[in-house]
Design a protein around this ligand. Structure first.
Ligand SMILES: C[S@@+](CC[C@H](N)C(=O)[O-])C[C@H]1O[C@@H](n2cnc3c(N)ncnc32)[C@H](O)[C@@H]1O
Length: 269
């Protein structure tokens, strides 16, 4: 193997070992993204860049910012949200009422710039209506990418992010001004953004639903399996896990059962 190729391979292996990231991008794309960080740190070889990661672990954050693909949208894959609205939420709310529990906690793991957690909060608001006051409702939204989180916290979007949003929702839950859509306060209030890496950091717990969509493409099968165990621990009894439509985090197993095969919605067993 030529030297540069070998060093690039070793660099990726090191990042996987230390931070759990396996890059499944096309090599050309990956090299262009790494080149940005090499230039920023004033080095010309992968080997020297690996030394920088050892000396200055904060460089991992900058590297991940340069590497992560943060494509997202409000109500991305509308049929998933339809199932959440019509199947998951009514079942969850009726269970909460039956057992007289007032706390509803949802986790958007890998929330990117916030469109996913805000979509969840909009549906909670829509389904619960006035009853929302009777519950303690929160959507925990986490990501490793600080730039995406800054956009998420601001809650200001262009039309491009809202193409799947029902017109009634856009007028009810957003303020439109100067070509921008601003998420209204009663929706923002429900969502809590935090920087968090669900591979390397202690996970949050006691959730009724976890959304982890279009994130696991970065991970090996082994890491996906570990993540599944983590999510199982983080969920309340009979909690739901919702993964991406093109993801196959779960095919079989004794931790979760499928409750909606088309939309990749699972329930903790
Ligand atoms: C393609 S976006 C998906 C956004 C949203 N879930 C959706 O489906 O529209 C993937 C996001 O996952 C985040 N991510 C990747 N690995 C992560 C990790 N280990 N912990 C937290 N976030 C992660 C990335 O930073 C990126 O913002």
């Amino acid at each position: 193997m030529e030297k540069e190729k070998r060093d690039f391979f070793l660099l990726q292996r090191k990042i996987f070992k230390t931070r759990g990231f396996e890059f499944q991008y096309r090599p050309g794309f990956l090299k262009r993204r790494f080149a940005v960080r090499l230039r920023a740190r004033g080095v010309t070889s992968y080997r020297d860049y690996a030394k920088i990661l050892d000396k200055d672990p904060s460089e991992y954050n900058s590297l991940f910012d340069a590497l992560t693909i943060n494509i997202t949208q409000f109500f991305r894959d509308p049929s998933v949200y339809e199932a959440f609205d019509k199947q998951v939420l009514p079942a969850l709310i009726s269970t909460k009422r039956r057992v007289n529990r007032k706390i509803i906690r949802i986790w958007s793991a890998g929330c990117a710039s916030g469109e996913e957690p805000y979509s969840i909060a909009i549906l909670l608001n829509k389904v619960l209506k006035e009853r929302i006051k009777n519950f303690v409702v929160s959507v925990w939204a986490t990501d490793i990418d600080k730039d995406s989180l800054a956009i998420a916290k601001a809650g200001i979007y262009t039309h491009k992010s809202l193409t799947e949003v029902d017109r009634n929702y856009s007028s009810k839950y957003f303020v439109y001004t100067k070509g921008k859509y601003i998420v209204k306060e009663d929706i923002k209030r429900i969502v809590r953004f935090n920087r968090h890496n669900f591979i390397t950091e202690e996970p949050y717990t006691n959730f009724d639903v976890i959304f982890c969509r279009n994130v696991t493409i970065y991970l090996t099968r082994e890491m996906q399996k570990k993540l599944l165990e983590t999510f199982h621990k983080c969920l309340n009894k009979n909690g739901y896990l919702i993964i991406g439509r093109s993801e196959s985090l779960l095919t079989k197993g004794d931790l979760f059962c499928l409750v909606n095969p088309e939309e990749h919605i699972f329930m903790k067993v």
